[in-house]
Design a protein around this ligand. Structure first.
Ligand SMILES: [Cu+2]
Length: 114
């Protein structure tokens, strides 16, 4: 009985781990009607997933925009060449992201499902 419980728990843990995936996003700064924003504005992943965001400023050569997700302690400043940001989504919740260099620049949110 006890062994069966342990086996079931191990299987549950294994199946949770087996479902972790690498989620890739191409995040771009664009300007629409004078408003600068990061698109896509929402990223959805599952807890335990590896997240790989390629963030690029599409507003011309020499432009740089901040990309910060405070809930995951990520602070980057991608330019037109782009920057690859990798981390493990190890906690569930809704985590806003924004450009810390320009307060008017519209951000979005990373949604990490339990
Ligand atoms: Cu910006």
């Amino acid at each position: 009985m006890k062994m069966k419980l342990i086996a079931t728990a191990a299987l549950a843990l294994f199946s949770t781990m087996a479902h972790a995936e690498t989620r890739k996003f191409a995040m771009n700064t664009v300007e629409v009607s004078g408003v600068k924003m990061w698109l896509p504005s929402t990223m959805v992943v599952k807890k335990g997933d590896e997240v790989e965001i390629t963030a690029t400023s599409r507003l011309g050569k020499g432009t740089m925009h901040g990309f910060t997700i405070e809930g995951y302690k990520i602070v980057e400043a991608p330019d037109e060449k782009g920057k690859v940001i990798k981390f493990t989504a190890d906690k569930a919740g809704i985590f806003p992201f924004r450009c810390h260099l320009h307060p008017a620049h519209v951000g979005g949110q990373l949604v990490v499902l339990e």
